[in-house]
Write a protein that binds this ligand. Structure first.
Ligand code: NAD
Length: 270
């Protein structure tokens, strides 16, 4: 193929050289893989997490892999910490072009047994956290003329399940937030979210425990039920979500905004 074809020019569109990316909750799980893949694509990556040591570990791993990363302790529910992070990061690294609102906590409970504080904390981390971070970083992105905001919703934000009223509400909220902000942030900044099915991270262990105690289902049986519902025949891995972030983060995602992208092996199709 001749070297000046349009395809040759498209392939580098996944590269993020010269970009600065911030990932929340990047100490483990999906956030860690996302920070690693963005750094591998060339972005200087700001690895943030409420768990400072976990953030340091992810940043250290990225540097060992040849990438560029700094770690920041950051609780996304605390607007003072969000303001402090924004000031320090923008002073040291310049404009943050890519924001991944990944931090989230999961609990399961029958709706009528759900403690009020649990409802509040799940919404605070996922939804309020995404709001505070987006509000803090969007102005500089717009001013620079380019930006990407990608938040972690969930398949449960589209098709809720039992025992997840609070979590499903938070994740449906992320979809509405994404769609509304996308219309205001255009044309400089695209705003999208991901809707993964079950992804094998620490969160899944909690599900095994909950269904084991409540319904006597063994982890193997639960896993089998979940896999049976996924046409591609396996559970999600953190890298599956990270790859979807990468597609949206570079020039490859230039004309995609306001979307809630399923990363579900075909389980969710709407
Ligand atoms: N694992 C799944 O099955 C799945 C499916 C769909 C969506 N998601 C979403 O993907 C995101 C990541 O999930 P995961 O499975 O990697 O979770 P995880 O529990 O493995 O990691 C979450 C990270 O967020 C951090 N965190 C928690 N509270 C925080 C706060 N207040 N401020 C900053 N960081 C905080 C934790 O310290 C942890 O490092 C979440 O938003 C989750 O809801 C996960």
């Amino acid at each position: 193929m001749a070297s000046d074809t349009a395809y040759d020019r498209l392939i580098p569109d996944l590269r993020l050289d010269g970009r600065v990316a911030a990932v929340t909750g990047a100490g483990r799980g999906i956030g860690r893989e996302t920070a690693r893949i963005l750094a591998a694509a060339g972005a200087h990556t700001l690895v943030t997490d409420i768990d400072e040591q976990a953030a340091e570990e992810t940043a250290g791993r990225i540097r060992d892999e040849g990438g560029s990363a700094s770690a920041f302790p950051l609780d996304v529910t605390d607007e003072h910490q969000v303001a402090g992070f924004t000031q320090e990061a923008e002073r040291d690294a310049g404009v943050i072009h890519i924001l991944v609102n990944n931090a989230g906590i999961v609990t399961m409970a029958p709706f009528l047994d759900l403690p009020e504080e649990e409802f509040d904390s799940v919404l605070a981390v996922s939804l309020r956290g995404a709001y505070l971070m987006t509000r803090a970083l969007l102005p500089a992105m717009r001013k620079s003329g380019w930006g990407r905001i990608i938040s972690l919703s969930s398949m449960l934000g589209k098709t809720p399940a039992r025992y997840t009223a609070h979590y499903s509400a938070a994740k449906a909220g992320i979809i509405g937030f994404t769609q509304a902000v996308a219309k205001e942030a255009a044309p400089e900044v695209t705003v999208n979210c991901l809707c993964p099915t079950n992804v094998e991270t620490g969160i899944m262990e909690k599900d095994f425990e909950f269904f084991g105690e409540r319904e006597g289902i063994s982890p193997d049986d639960l896993r089998r039920r979940w896999v049976d519902a996924i046409p591609l025949g396996r559970l999600g891995q953190p890298l599956d979500a990270a790859r979807a972030v990468l597609l949206l983060a570079g020039e490859a995602g230039a004309f995609t905004t306001g979307q809630a992208l399923n990363v579900s092996g075909g389980e969710e199709v709407h």
